[in-house]
Design a protein around this ligand. Structure first.
Ligand SMILES: [Co+2]
Length: 436
């Protein structure tokens, strides 16, 4: 999920560029019941004495735990990795003055006392990889955005083993934030609301951005799908820019400098679409961000253009490194109907007058806490006619609306994103896969 630079900070950034001053952008195996029903039936037959036939005991068919993922993905990953050891992400050694960390006993100890954190993160990342790779295989033009979102969200929930329907279940594991499916000039935060009939077209460029969480540890990772080769350079620019950002990330790295490297990489590309050549621009008011437990946007931002932000990455930080390239203005605005929301992490108690707002807030507290959700998630919990209450929560500052963010009409935008753990010993690109 993209973090946005507030307009004020962006103005400041321009000033800062002029006078050299820093600008700070805001920022298991539990269905192993052997199949014994037919044995019971035979026992009953024997007990009645009616059957003279010899009791032929079939060898008990023991339903084995699946060892491979199904299609569509429905096997819990905890069943595929029954000893709880999930695949590691890509581990990258620190450089220069932090090189010692790889072999430091002290740093290794810090890693070892954090095993629950690592296990939850690696499980969430494996779920992300399995679900997205299935999506990459089956998502095609002609499908509705609603179908595509459900393909991904049903997959994520099944693989965590939490369908999120019982009160509080979605807080244990499941969607870390709604599945964004933003098309063409829209860069982020679009997902269908109920009744949306939009159909994916052959010429579309779709950003697929979804989160998986296990115990509040959110993996935030995104990719872009296009079905026409004319967009290849746009996608390549953004993929390389994101990888450049990941490469530059590390303990003591300054986020403003990382932004500079990202921008340089991104803007070394151009793309020809239907006879017109466009420079690929970094979208300057979108950023990467830190991730906190149950909170998708922490306090640090990672710009994707050069900036004087001297903020350093530190041991223990979790970052979403995401970059956006555009053939348009390289600047996004709020546009279209809101779908994404999240409770603010720093709300004081507010006395709500509207009873529908009060009851909706209680639903949000129990099922999402501060995790982002969308209108469809309220629908599936059986909530009805909640818009007035929801808007009142937004207006009172308790809930934040995250409207779709779009560049100018007719332009194309792309995104790639990974979550990285700034571990004491190494940097782990937790969501890395064979695909991106
Ligand atoms: Co993000």
């Amino acid at each position: 999920m993209a973090a946005q630079v507030p307009t004020e900070a962006l103005k400041e950034l321009k000033v800062a560029e002029a006078n050299g001053k820093g600008a700070k952008p805001e920022p298991a195996a539990d269905d192993d019941h052997g199949d014994d029903s037919d044995d019971d039936a035979e026992d009953n037959a024997a007990a009645t004495g009616a059957a003279k036939k010899k009791k032929k005991r079939k060898p008990k068919k023991k339903k084995k735990n699946p060892t491979a993922q199904s299609e569509p993905p429905r096997v819990k990953v905890s069943q595929l990795f029954p000893n709880g050891t999930y695949p590691k992400g890509e581990e990258v050694e620190y450089k220069d003055e932090n090189r010692y960390r790889t072999t430091s006993e002290e740093k290794r100890h810090l890693d070892n006392i954090n095993t629950d954190f690592l296990t939850d993160y690696r499980e969430a990342a494996e779920i992300h990889r399995q679900v997205r790779q299935y999506a990459q295989k089956v998502v095609r033009p002609g499908q509705t955005l609603t179908e595509i979102a459900e393909t991904i969200e049903d997959g994520v929930r099944a693989l965590t083993g939490h369908d999120g329907l019982a009160e509080g279940d979605a807080m244990k594991a499941g969607m870390g934030f709604p599945c964004g499916l933003s098309l063409n000039h829209c860069a982020a935060h679009y997902t269908p609301n109920a009744g949306n009939k939009m159909v994916l077209q052959q010429e579309d460029v779709m950003k697929v951005d979804f989160g998986v969480h296990v115990n509040g540890r959110i993996v935030d990772s995104a990719f872009t799908m296009a079905f026409e080769p004319k967009y290849d350079n746009l996608l390549q620019a953004v993929k390389e820019a994101t990888n450049a950002g990941i490469r530059e990330a590390g303990i003591d790295a300054r986020v403003g400098e990382i932004g500079g490297v990202i921008q340089e990489t991104m803007e070394s590309f151009e793309v020809e679409i239907d006879g017109t050549t466009y420079p690929v621009k970094s979208i300057r008011n979108l950023t990467g961000h830190t991730i906190l437990p149950y909170s998708i946007h922490g306090t640090k931002a990672v710009p994707i253009v050069k900036s004087n932000d001297q903020t350093k990455m530190e041991e223990g930080d979790v970052f979403a490194i995401e970059t956006f390239g555009s053939t348009g203005n390289g600047y996004v605005r709020d546009d279209m109907e809101v779908s994404h929301y999240a409770k603010n992490t720093d709300v004081q108690h507010v006395d709500l007058r509207l009873s529908s707002a009060k009851s909706l807030l209680s639903v949000i507290n129990k099922n999402f806490g501060t995790l982002p959700f969308c209108r469809r998630y309220l629908d599936r919990l059986g909530q009805e006619k909640y818009l007035l209450g929801l808007n009142s929560l937004v207006n009172s500052g308790i809930v934040e609306a995250y409207p779709p963010l779009c560049d100018k009409k007719g332009s194309y935008t792309a995104q790639f994103e990974h979550t990285i753990l700034i571990r004491p010993t190494v940097k782990e690109v937790i969501s890395r896969g064979d695909d991106y």
